[in-house]
Design a protein around this ligand. Structure first.
Ligand SMILES: Nc1ncnc2c1ncn2[C@@H]1O[C@H](COP(=O)(O)OP(=O)(O)OP(=O)(O)O)[C@@H](O)[C@H]1O
Ligand SMILES: [Mg+2]
Length: 222
């Protein structure tokens, strides 16, 4: 379960203070799915980064399974992310020097999973995201949508308890976008995973349990 209490985020840009998120509070239960929308620059990525511990808040508290993440040191935070969180970045952040299967296997390598198990899981996930033919490709040989699917596979391979997805279907055609949304939704249903997706796609976000919009730094339920 995730609980956010009075989150504020201000970016100091020279003399200007940009108050992006204002007193935001909400809860996401295990297995619950939430869409976050709002216009470009409203703070969707910032909110996802903050809740997942990738970025600091200016004030406010975040609890993940009753642990206040502001009290964790860097190593504890890394371990919590490795154990519980899968993050699909808006700009993928794949490792260029590694091929598709190596990128996808990274969370398992970090957890020191044995080789046979890694291979089995990577093959299973690669098939689910439709990239079996691209298994040994270098990242720079992939299309934007293929890279996005590698990033999705890497985020879900570890069966995380919470998946954050920052516009995970932004580079995909409507058929692939629908497939990816169903895949994420199925994972949430079957594994009781919480799913928080920043998306502009109203049709896709309709299938999620809840939807919030960020407007002028405040959230509204719709
Ligand atoms: N590190 C930073 N320093 C200063 N300003 C920042 C920083 N990161 C983000 N911002 C500003 O915060 C605002 C929110 O950015 P964010 O990336 O969260 O928007 P978004 O809702 O995800 O937009 P998009 O839909 O385009 O992805 C933007 O105006 C951005 O310029
Ligand atoms: Mg964004």
């Amino acid at each position: 379960m995730i609980k956010c209490i009075n989150l504020n985020k201000t970016f100091n840009d020279g003399e200007n203070k940009n108050h992006i998120l204002k007193n935001i509070s909400f809860e996401i239960m295990d297995g619950e799915t939430l869409a976050i929308s709002g216009s470009s620059g409203c703070g969707k990525s910032t909110l996802l980064h903050i809740i997942s511990g990738l970025e600091n808040t200016s004030s406010g508290e975040i609890f993940i399974d009753n642990v206040n993440i502001s009290y964790l040191n860097e190593i504890e935070l890394c371990n919590l992310r490795l154990e519980k969180i899968g993050f699909i970045y808006q700009f993928h952040h794949l490792i260029k020097e590694l091929n598709v299967s190596e990128n996808i296997s990274l969370p398992l390598l970090l957890k020191k999973t044995d080789r046979g198990e890694i291979e089995r899981k990577v093959n299973e996930i690669i098939e689910k995201v439709g990239l079996s033919e691209r298994k040994n490709f270098q990242i720079d040989k992939l299309s934007g949508g293929e890279r996005q699917r590698v990033a999705i596979a890497r985020a879900i391979i570890n069966n995380p308890k919470i998946i954050f997805a920052d516009e995970p279907t932004g580079n995909l055609d409507s058929k692939n976008a629908k497939n990816i949304f169903s895949l994420l939704k199925d994972i949430a249903n079957f594994n009781n995973t919480s799913l928080i997706i920043a998306t502009h796609d109203n049709d896709l976000s309709k299938v999620l349990d809840k939807k919030i919009i960020i407007e002028n730094g405040n959230i509204h339920y719709v």
